[in-house]
Design a protein around this ligand. Structure first.
Ligand SMILES: [Zn+2]
Length: 303
């Protein structure tokens, strides 16, 4: 009896949850960025895992059985949406046979909900033509202020699954948004001297970021998102870079830098490898570190 009492005191003192319900909620996100934000909002109430690593091209991920297993066990599923994962997530979801995380159900979060989108086509674009941005540009997490809306969407999903955590999730959204505002002031200050600078990017991943900080892309190595460049396209691009006096070609780390290096040599611009995602592999493990790194790299390159 005495022993049970001692254990009881210990458990209370250590705040060890006694009920089985207190097991963390399993959340699976498609990308590492969404996993990082889910961790900020979910805190110790959630256990977060992701499918696409930040160093991989999120449009093209190889569907593996292990991903299906993760999805089959998830209570909440968070995706970027807008067709970013269209090449690989439908088959994984089908294989996972977890109806509770399908679109429209309580366990599904489309993080793009309520985000002001860029480049939404007036007419439906046929995916068979290869363009992977058919529903508007899906790289919206690269505007740090969109992080707030992503956080609210994730919190809404968590509250559906775990209403008891409502207060904690709401508080975490407030804290996260405040920290973003504070960091934003720092990033804006650092980027200020580079307003209206023109850049070339490999893939059209950066319109939200560039718009937020007042820069602009005047061309892309890919003629259309997801389509490899032809030599005639590259010749035009080299001319464009010379005409517009573009200093840098931004390349996402998962593209081969051979073609951009060639364009750089012919045009006098330089290649800057810029990671568009949180990634454990590159040491940027949260949303703030990602933008710290992007801003530091860009400001050095554009100086
Ligand atoms: Zn894209």
């Amino acid at each position: 009896m005495k022993q049970i009492f001692v254990w009881g005191v210990l458990l209370v003192a250590m705040q060890i949850p006694l009920s089985v319900d207190a097991a963390p909620i399993k959340v699976i996100t498609t990308t590492e960025d969404l996993a990082a934000i889910t961790r900020e909002i979910g805190g110790d109430r959630v256990q977060v895992d992701f499918i696409a690593k930040g160093v991989q091209d999120p449009h093209f991920i190889e569907a593996k059985p292990s991903y299906m297993l993760k999805l089959s066990r998830a209570k909440l599923f968070v995706q970027v949406g807008l067709g970013l994962e269209a090449e690989w997530i439908p088959s994984l979801l089908m294989g996972a046979r977890n109806v509770k995380i399908l679109r429209g159900r309580n366990g599904h979060v489309d993080a793009s909900e309520g985000v002001a989108l860029l480049e939404v086509p007036r007419e439906r674009i046929d995916r068979s033509a290869g363009d992977v941005h058919g529903q508007g540009n899906p790289h919206y997490w690269l505007d740090p202020l969109n992080g707030k809306q992503i956080a609210r969407n994730i919190a809404a999903g968590l509250k559906r699954i775990d209403p008891e955590g409502k207060e904690q999730y709401d508080q975490n959204v407030i804290q996260f948004s405040r920290r973003l505002d504070a960091a934003m002031a720092r990033w804006s200050e650092a980027m200020k001297p580079f307003k209206e600078k023109k850049v070339i990017t490999y893939h059209n991943s950066w319109p939200y970021f560039l718009r937020r900080f007042g820069l602009m892309a005047v061309g892309y190595v890919e003629p259309k998102p997801g389509i490899p460049p032809s030599s005639s396209h590259l010749i035009q691009l080299i001319e464009r870079i010379k005409e517009e006096k573009v200093k840098i070609i931004i390349v996402e780390p998962y593209f081969n830098s051979k073609t951009p290096q060639f364009v750089a040599r012919k045009s006098g611009a330089k290649v800057v490898v810029l990671p568009p995602s949180v990634s454990k592999a590159t040491g940027m493990t949260d949303y703030f570190q990602l933008f710290d790194h992007i801003v530091a790299t860009l400001t050095t390159a554009l100086e």
